[in-house]
Write a protein that binds this ligand. Structure first.
Ligand code: SDX
Length: 428
């Protein structure tokens, strides 16, 4: 098989290297394209056909519905691993030994306090503020309180910045929720596991001791693992390109949180629940909403359906759908919205419009049903997505900086006015 691609432009042939990944994917290396063709570039709105980098972190195959972190299948990790193990795997490339995991967790706990002055920033937000906007702001503000985490010129600096944000981010997540609920802010408990500690900070009632519910611990652990990374999605690409200017880790993450907020991306999990609630309020009339989703004149989309890469079932959706049944069953909750979701899924999978476009349920379609069963407010759903995606964003940022990748600066094709002389006001 040739290791070259031949491009012919105006009768002139140009050879471009073909590069192959470890999963036998092929890419045309166009690093020399512009210089070797006298300025010709490629154009690909939304980067549907364009790779931004070589990465060894996550592999997914959209046609086959495969998702692996550092070679381990998402199915096995969701079933057998805990979130902190998966965070270590994504960031450092290997599953940790018991000693490595203990040290990692201990280093994270040593940075799990947030400067009390951050509360003054939190207090300044109105209760009506969307938690994603609050979280993005507080994450960026952490830079001011941890200036040493900006310049990561050594592996040690990088490690210290990583354990700092893994320790402080869950506190910001919990504080963001409790601020909205008008509850006193809770601190962590170093005797707890990472996920248990998140639940305690989010849900502890100040007047009672917090009793862990293993069903909720297991559900959140699984959900965070399933959200932990997803190669070069919109928010991860934002984290990478922000970090490529050598902006600090925390502000790069803050940019990623803002990108994730969009309803076409991580904001979809909130939009799914709002859509299902609207259908329920409308008497469960799923056919009306299916028709709206197919009507080109109607901006409505079936939230939680479709994916840029998965043209088959999102493997995470399969796992979350099963978990939704289990969690609601274990908690003894009968949520009619789950039945509406299943009905909608069945209809969509049999509808030609969705079949033709290979639109399947994605990670966001069922996750909100579990978050709601756990007592998490709907506006916090995307914050929970960010908590899960944190190690993936960190891993991708670290990979980009360790490889000393160049600053991200795409080209464009100019389609505006050609040169024209200035026109004085009197002549316009
Ligand atoms: C996430 O990239 C990642 O990896 C993201 C993510 C991650 O882990 O980081 O997996 C998380 O963001 C999941 C996606 C969550 N978003 C939603 O559920 C919002 C609803 N879905 C869509 O808006 C859409 O499917 C996207 C944004 C997810 C993907 O959009 P694409 O790849 O740009 O596809 P497209 O918009 O070009 O759509 C192709 C066709 C169009 O119809 P035609 O013009 O060909 O007739 O499919 C239609 C679209 O109108 N279509 C939908 C639809 N999604 C696509 N029609 C109705 N309902 C939908 N949900």
């Amino acid at each position: 098989m040739s290791d070259k691609a031949i491009l012919e432009i105006n009768g002139e042939k140009h050879e471009l290297p073909l590069v192959k990944g470890t999963e036998n994917e092929l890419a045309i290396d166009i690093k020399s394209l512009r210089s070797s063709t006298g300025g010709v570039i490629t154009i690909d709105p939304g980067y549907k056909n364009t790779g931004s980098c070589e990465s060894a972190i996550t592999f997914l195959n959209g046609e086959k519905g495969i998702l692996r972190y550092r070679g381990y299948s998402i199915e096995e990790l969701a079933e057998k691993a805990d979130f902190l193990e998966v965070a270590y795997l994504l960031i450092f490339g290997e599953l940790p030994t018991e000693q490595q995991l203990d040290k990692f967790h201990s280093d994270i706990k040593s940075h799990a306090l947030v400067d009390e002055d951050v509360k003054k920033i939190l207090d300044a937000f109105p209760k009506a503020a969307h938690p994603m906007g609050v979280l993005s702001s507080l994450t960026s503000a952490l830079t001011a309180f941890n200036p040493s985490s900006v310049d990561v010129s050594s592996e040690e600096d990088m490690y210290n910045a990583i354990v700092r944000i893994l320790g402080k981010f869950p506190v910001l997540v919990a504080w963001t929720m409790r601020k909205k609920q008008g509850l006193p802010l809770e601190y962590g408990d170093d005797s707890l596991g990472y996920v248990e500690n998140v639940l305690k900070m989010m849900f502890k009632n100040p007047n009672n001791p917090y009793v862990q519910n293993p069903i909720l611990v297991d559900a959140l652990n699984k959900l965070l693992i399933l959200h932990a990374d997803h190669e070069q999605n919109c928010s991860t690409s934002t984290v990478r390109i922000t970090g490529s200017s050598h902006a600090g880790l925390f502000v790069s993450l803050s940019a990623g949180i803002s990108a994730l907020w969009g309803p076409l991306h991580g904001g979809a999990n909130q939009a799914v629940l709002e859509m299902l609630e609207a259908i329920k309020a409308d008497g469960g009339d799923t056919k009306k909403y299916m028709a709206k989703a197919k009507d080109k004149e109607d901006p409505f989309r079936l939230m939680g359906f479709g994916h840029r890469v998965y043209k088959n079932f999102d493997p995470r959706a399969r796992i979350i759908k099963k978990a939704a049944d289990e969690v609601l069953g274990d908690l003894g909750i009968d949520d009619p919205v789950l039945d509406i979701a299943k009905g909608l899924e069945k209809e969509a999978l049999e509808d030609q419009y969705f079949v033709d476009r290979k639109l399947y349920p994605n990670v966001d379609f069922y996750s909100g049903i579990i978050y709601r069963a756990m007592g998490i407010p709907v506006e916090m759903f995307t914050v929970m997505f960010a908590l899960g995606r944190l190690p993936g964003w960190i891993a991708q940022w670290r990979e980009m900086r360790m490889k000393k990748e160049p600053i991200g600066r795409p080209r464009q094709l100019y389609v505006g006015e050609t040169y024209r002389p200035f026109k004085p006001l009197s002549k316009r």
